[in-house]
Design a protein around this ligand. Structure first.
Ligand code: NIG
Ligand code: FE
Length: 402
C-alpha cells in the first residue's frame, strides 16, 4: 500500500468527461490524501478522514496531487529531426511549401523508412523519458512515417513492443501524406488494402485531411474502411483550411477531431450534435510561427468537449503537456480549470480510456503526479519550468525529482 497525504490540494477530476462550460471543475480536496493498493486507487479523501494505512507514505505538504497527464495526440515514433525547418519558417516558407519541396513529413518518411526497429525504439524511449519527467503517464502514438505496408507495420510494432512506464495507445496513420511513388487516388486504395493487415496492431485509425493532402471524400472512404475492420476513427482536421473534414469525422463517428484551427461556425454546429471530442494542439501553431490558434472558447461555449495534446512530431518537438497548458491559457484563453480538465479526464476520453484513467477515483488505475505548486492556479502560470516532483504509474513511483 502507498499513501500520499497532506497535499495542499488533490485534484480528483472525478465525474467523467466534461462537456458544458459550467462542468469544467476539478473536484478539489484540501489537505487531501490518496491511498493506493497495487496498481489501483482504493481511497481518496481528506487526510484526517482516511481510514486505511500503508507501509509507504509520501508527505505532499505544500504540493498538489493530480492525475497524470494524458497526451491524446503524438507522432512519437520518428527518425531524424528537422531543426533546419525552423529557420526556413523564419525566412517565410509555409508548412505546406516545405512539404511540397520534399521536406516536412516526407523527409521524416525517408529517414524513418531507413531506420531499424531498434533505432526507432531507442529514439522513442528518450522522448518517453521526457514525457514521464514532465508528468505524462499515458500517450497516444501514431504511425504515419512509413506510408507503405512494411514501414507502417514496423512503426506499429515499435509502438506495441516498447517497454516504458508511459503507457501507449497505438493509432494507424497510413494516410499522413502522399508518398512520391503514388498518385492521390491510388494511394488511398492501396492504404485501404493495408488496413486489414495491420488492424490488430492499432486501436485507432487517423488521416491528415487537408487541402493539398487528402480530401474529405478520400478521408471518408479510408476511415469507413478502418471502421469496418474495428479501428476507431480520428482525424487531423481544419489545421490549415476547413475543407469539410469535421463533417466527415462526425459522419463516421470519429472519437476525436484534432487541430481545428480553421473550423467554421457551421462545422462546429455540426460537431455539437455528436459525441466527438475536439482536440487542440496549440504547440503546433506556436512552432509554425502562426498567431492563429483554435478558437477554443467557441467550442467550449457550444458544449463541445475539448482536450489538449502536444502533437509531438519533428515539426513541433515538445513532450511537455505543461507547455501546452500554458499556451492554451495564454493563446487560446482557456481557463486554468479547462486546460487541466482537457489534459486529464477529457484527454482520456479522447483515447477511449475515460473509465480507467484521467481522474483520481476509487477503482481507477493509480496514475498520478505530485506537482511543486501550492494550488492548481500555478499550473500554466508558473511556466517554462517543470513543476513535476514525482510520477506514480500503476501505483509505483517511477520518477522522483530528487
Ligand atoms: O499533426 N499535420 C500533419 N501531421 C502532423 C505533423 C507531422 C510532421 O510535420 O511531421 C501534425 O501536425
Ligand atoms: Fe498530428
Amino acid at each position: 500500500m502507498l499513501l500520499i497525504k497532506n497535499a495542499s490540494q488533490v485534484l480528483t477530476l472525478e465525474g467523467g468527461i466534461r462537456r458544458e462550460e459550467e462542468d469544467y471543475e476539478l473536484g478539489i480536496i484540501e489537505k487531501g490524501a490518496v491511498l493506493i493498493d497495487g496498481d489501483k486507487i482504493v481511497e481518496v479523501g481528506e487526510t484526517s478522514e482516511l481510514r486505511g494505512s500503508a507501509e509507504h507514505v509520501i508527505d505532499a505538504s505544500g504540493k498538489i496531487v493530480m492525475p497524470g497527464f494524458v497526451d491524446p495526440h503524438t507522432h512519437l515514433i520518428f527518425a531524424g529531426s528537422r531543426e533546419n525547418e525552423l529557420s526556413m519558417k523564419l525566412r517565410g516558407y509555409t508548412y505546406l511549401e516545405i512539404l511540397k519541396m520534399g521536406g516536412g513529413i516526407l523527409r521524416t518518411v525517408r529517414e524513418t523508412r531507413k531506420a531499424s526497429k531498434e533505432l526507432l525504439k531507442k529514439e522513442a524511449k528518450r522522448r518517453l523519458d521526457y514525457m514521464l519527467r514532465n508528468g505524462t503517464t499515458t500517450a497516444e502514438a501514431k504511425s504515419g512515417y512509413g506510408l507503405n505496408y512494411e514501414n507502417e507495420r514496423k512503426m506499429l510494432e515499435v509502438i506495441n513492443e516498447i517497454e516504458h512506464p508511459v503507457e501507449l495507445v497505438p493509432t494507424f496513420l497510413g494516410a499522413h501524406a502522399l508518398p512520391p511513388e503514388y498518385e492521390s487516388g491510388e494511394f488511398i486504395e492501396y492504404m485501404k488494402e493495408v488496413i486489414p493487415k495491420i488492424k490488430d496492431l492499432a486501436k485507432f485509425i487517423d488521416i491528415f485531411c487537408e487541402k493539398g493532402v487528402f480530401s474529405a471524400d478520400e478521408s471518408l472512404e479510408y476511415l469507413l474502411e478502418g471502421k469496418k475492420h474495428g479501428l476507431i476513427p480520428k482525424i487531423h482536421a481544419d489545421e490549415i483550411c476547413d475543407i469539410g473534414c469535421t463533417k466527415v469525422a462526425v459522419d463516421v463517428g470519429a472519437i476525436s477531431a484534432d487541430h481545428l484551427v480553421k473550423t467554421s461556425e457551421e462545422s462546429m454546429e455540426y460537431m455539437r450534435k455528436s459525441n466527438i471530442i475536439a482536440v487542440f494542439l496549440p504547440a503546433t501553431p506556436y512552432m509554425l510561427l502562426s498567431k492563429e490558434y483554435a478558437p477554443a472558447r467557441k467550442f467550449i461555449e457550444k458544449g463541445i468537449p475539448v482536450a489538449l495534446a502536444t502533437d509531438l512530431n519533428p515539426n513541433c518537438y515538445t513532450e511537455s503537456m505543461q507547455m501546452v497548458i500554458s499556451l492554451a491559457i495564454t493563446q487560446m484563453r482557456m481557463r486554468v480549470e479547462e486546460a487541466i480538465v482537457a489534459s486529464t479526464i477529457n484527454a482520456a476520453a479522447a483515447i477511449g480510456e475515460v473509465k480507467r484513467i484521467g481522474s483520481i477515483e476509487k477503482g481507477k488505475q493509480a496514475d498520478l503526479i505530485i506537482m511543486d505548486a501550492p494550488n492548481y492556479m500555478h499550473i500554466g502560470y508558473h511556466f517554462g519550468v517543470n513543476l513535476v516532483e514525482k510520477v506514480i504509474k500503476r501505483g509505483r513511483v517511477v520518477y522522483s525529482r530528487r
